[in-house]
Design a protein around this ligand. Structure first.
Ligand code: SER
Length: 322
């Protein structure tokens, strides 16, 4: 593999794990991590790192030239809950960074682009169960508007200029190594941390709010798989529906109780409830499965086993260090 990869937003929830996986696959010096500020020790010591404001096309170009970058993974975004508080900032960050990268690809400075969309590009008028690849898309959040618009820009650059841009509509991504920030699905990460630490969790969504979710390992595999697929397999150039599991706060709490029987959950829905209610509950991702062979590995039970075991080991290690 002769690719040199630049990751924008490498210190975020997905970027952190994506960087380590890509460095293992492509070699440490062929994967340039970047973010608006420095990352943790593992990030900084495991390969090249550059400070990049992803809204600056000039700065991205400088780094692309410096390392002869061939592929860009654009993992920068303001998520749904934060963008509702700062609508124009969210729009600007999400759109300016995408257009900067698409322009660099149009100008042939880079050959391939990855940009994530989200289930948030659907809205209250979309079918909630088995939401199809192509259907009504009228999002009610700024984040969703930026994702739908971004999808069309990707498709436009592909159609008009032959830009090889690939995209996935992520469901809520659940991880334990790096925390998400400002999303509506963040509860499904916070719940594990609070369960282990305090044995209780106050949920900002109501007990029966069903949302599509996915374990980080599956999300990383999907991301790399779509980027490595032959170009003729990528038939959708807006963004692919992607799914693994769908569950409610009540169901994830019951799963956690199997490991921590005394665990208690309470519910105090806030403004994020309306965001969650506007999104699909179960997504039909048959196109991704058929076109480029997507398959998920983790269900709610295996994901919970993995996270609880990992977090307990981490707690133990911390205690031993004290
Ligand atoms: N996890 C994202 C959010 O909650 C959805 O893509 O904003």
């Amino acid at each position: 593999m002769n690719d040199t990869i630049l990751i924008l937003g490498a210190c975020g929830q997905i970027g952190t794990e994506l960087t380590q996986k890509l460095r293992a696959l492509y070699g440490r010096d062929n994967v340039i991590a970047s973010d608006i500020r420095e990352g943790n020790q593992e990030m900084m010591s495991s390969g090249p790192f550059e400070i990049i404001d992803a809204t600056s096309k000039e700065r991205i170009f400088e780094v692309v030239e410096k390392y002869k970058v061939t592929q860009v993974y654009l993992m920068v975004a303001m998520l749904s809950a934060t963008a509702e508080k700062h609508p124009l900032k969210g729009w600007d960050l999400n759109m300016t960074s995408l257009l900067a990268v698409l322009e660099l690809a149009r100008e042939k400075h880079i050959q391939k682009v990855y940009w994530p969309s989200s289930m948030a590009s659907f809205g209250p008028t979309s079918p909630k169960i088995n939401t199809p690849q192509q259907t009504i898309m009228e999002p009610s959040t700024v984040y969703g508007i930026s994702k739908v618009a971004g999808e069309h820009w990707c498709n436009y650059y592909h159609e008009k200029y032959g830009v090889d841009v690939r995209s996935i509509r992520y469901p809520g991504i659940i991880s334990w190594k790096t925390l998400p920030g400002g999303g509506t699905t963040d509860y499904a990460v916070d719940i594990y941390f609070d369960a282990i630490k305090n044995g209780t969790y106050e949920c900002f969504l109501s007990e029966n709010t069903r949302l599509p979710m996915m374990y980080m390992d599956d999300a990383i595999n999907a991301t790399i798989q779509i980027m490595q697929a032959d170009a003729d397999k990528i038939k959708t150039r807006t963004s692919y529906n992607l799914a693994a599991i769908s569950f409610t706060p009540k169901e994830i709490a019951a799963e956690i109780k199997k490991h921590i029987p005394e665990f208690e959950i309470s519910y105090k829905p806030d403004f994020r409830q309306a965001i969650a209610d506007s999104w699909p509950q179960i997504i039909d991702d048959s196109h991704a499965r058929k076109d480029w062979g997507w398959q998920h590995k983790f269900d709610l039970t295996s994901m919970t086993n993995d996270i609880v075991t990992s977090l307990k080991a981490l707690e133990k290690q911390k205690l031993e260090e004290v």
